[in-house]
Design a protein around this ligand. Structure first.
Ligand SMILES: [Zn+2]
Length: 158
């Protein structure tokens, strides 16, 4: 029997984690995620609305080890807001040149938080819940069927 050629290696091998790129508005900072991103939480907290200028912050998490800075890490600044009630402090990373929100490690968790709007690729995950809807903007009309929490939703596994 003639030898059959072995099949081409598949580019979408199941063991290969997805690669998702992100960057700031001016392009000075770029990063990529080599791994899974969590589903997206839409956070309506007043500070999240101010930090983004949007109706809510589309937040997701990635394991620290899966986040790789491609360029411009030296341009990343961190703003820490005054403590409102109790820790943890509210911190927001941003580009020193254009102000885009950027990934920010969440101390003591092993995870980095980021906003879906700075991703250049489809994260592969979708919104799964709203948080802090007590702070929801008066002008936002939500008619979706996602679960809603008046304050902080329960943590995963907790
Ligand atoms: Zn920038």
């Amino acid at each position: 029997m003639p030898e059959t050629p072995s099949p081409e290696p598949r580019s979408s091998h199941p063991a290969t984690p997805p690669l998702i790129r992100g960057s700031c508005l001016c392009g000075a900072v770029a990063f990529e995620v080599r791994g899974e991103l969590t589903p997206i939480q839409l956070c309506h907290a007043t500070r999240c609305r101010k930090a983004t200028g949007g109706a809510f912050a589309p937040e997701l998490l990635v394991a620290d080890a899966d986040l790789h800075w491609l360029k411009g890490r030296e341009a990343v600044r961190v703003y820490e807001a005054p403590l409102l009630e109790e820790p943890p402090a509210y911190r927001r990373a941003f580009c020193a040149h254009c102000g885009s929100p950027l990934p920010q490690a969440i101390e003591g968790t092993g995870f980095t938080g980021l906003l879906a709007g700075v991703l250049d690729d489809d994260p592969g995950t979708r919104p799964f819940r709203h948080a802090f809807t007590d702070h929801q903007a008066a002008w936002l009309d939500t008619v979706d069927a996602l679960p809603r929490f008046g304050g902080r939703p329960p943590r995963p596994g907790g």
